[in-house]
Design a protein around this ligand. Structure first.
Ligand code: 8YV
Length: 324
């Protein structure tokens, strides 16, 4: 190539990856603390050959150009891409890539962290201690729910669902039941100590902990609604490290307030970074600011995947993690 492709990086990436991007491409970095505004993203389609967005850059159809997009590839930093209208991308012949695989372990670790923290009241206990309100050890102080030996129900048995199932089964001796749109290989299911059930309701009926690992977006919007929350076992817990829109948050608050659910552990929210007051005022929830993939190793590996996708694309080679 004669000219380096012009690309825009919408948020601050790990230094190691930014260096490589700056070397290989004519790179514009957003140095502000805030995400780009919709109008800036819209303009980016005319000014850049590639856009490298994150989950905080919503790209609905309305931001895509009607024709003559300069942008030919959107290399998403993250595995989930429900913030990008892929039909609009397809219509414009824009390639979309993601970063699968490299964040599986860390996201499953956060799912287990949330599960343990909410069951054993870790957040609540820490708040009490820091507030100087701990009255001392007592046999009946801050009693939580035992995790070991309980049943976890996984909704969406992809890479992260499987990694979560294995941790739960081998680490905490949990029974694993799951729902997945397609059939998971029997041998693989057995190896995880798991059972695939035909419907989401079947999973909800058995699970002490329900952990969500399906994609977000229109197809799964409010998959966990008031009706399904009512179908969960009394005193069960909900864990969400997938996408906020999979859960009807208002219905979740109601189920937590009524005591139907014992608690929830949430890493993702509908309309991030806004978290409704209905959730923040509750004691029986553990709330994290979307930390699933937030480790040095994983964030660098995610960036390197995006670099590989862009490099392959501009070299005219097969693009490894193409979703559109
Ligand atoms: C990222 C995620 O932090 O990969 C995903 O789908 O949710 C997280 O790993 C986020 O998407 C960054 O864009």
């Amino acid at each position: 190539r004669l000219m380096k492709p012009r690309i825009i990086v919408t948020r601050r990436w790990p230094d190691a990856v930014e260096h490589i991007l700056a070397e290989r491409f004519d790179t514009t970095f957003n140095r502000g603390d805030a995400p780009l505004k919709p109008i800036e993203l819209k303009a980016a389609f005319q000014a850049f050959d590639a856009i490298l967005p994150t989950v905080s850059d919503s790209l609905p159809a309305s931001l895509f150009p009607e024709s003559d997009s300069r942008t030919r590839i959107i290399a998403n930093y993250g595995v989930g891409f429900s913030h990008i209208d892929i039909d609009a991308a397809r219509a414009q012949g824009i390639v979309v890539t993601n970063t699968p695989g490299v964040l599986t372990d860390c996201t499953a670790d956060i799912a287990l962290s949330l599960l343990l923290a909410v069951a054993r009241r870790a957040g609540e206990g820490e708040r009490q201690l820091r507030a100087g309100e701990w009255a001392g050890w007592c046999p009946t102080h801050m009693i939580g729910a035992k995790v070991t030996g309980k049943t976890i129900g996984i909704i969406g048995m992809g890479r992260i669902g499987k990694a979560t199932a294995k941790r739960a089964h081998f680490g905490f001796d949990m029974d694993v039941v799951f729902y997945n749109r397609s059939k998971v290989d029997d041998e693989e299911t057995r190896a995880m100590g798991a059972r695939q059930l035909p419907t989401i309701e079947d999973v909800l009926a058995e699970a002490d902990f329900v952990s969500l690992h399906c994609p977000g977006g229109a197809a799964n919007r409010h998959l966990i609604n008031a009706e399904r929350l009512a179908a969960m076992k009394p005193g069960a817990f909900l864990i969400n490290t997938a996408r906020g829109d999979v859960v009807d948050q208002a219905a979740l608050v109601a189920a937590l307030e009524s005591g139907k659910l014992a608690g929830a552990g949430l890493d993702v929210f509908d309309g991030e970074p806004v978290v409704p007051e209905g959730l923040t005022r509750l004691e029986n929830v553990v709330l994290l600011p979307h930390l699933g993939s937030a480790t040095e190793e994983t964030r660098v590996a995610m960036g390197m995947k995006a670099v590989d996708n862009l490099t392959a694309f501009f070299d005219g080679k097969e693009v490894p993690d193409r979703v559109v």
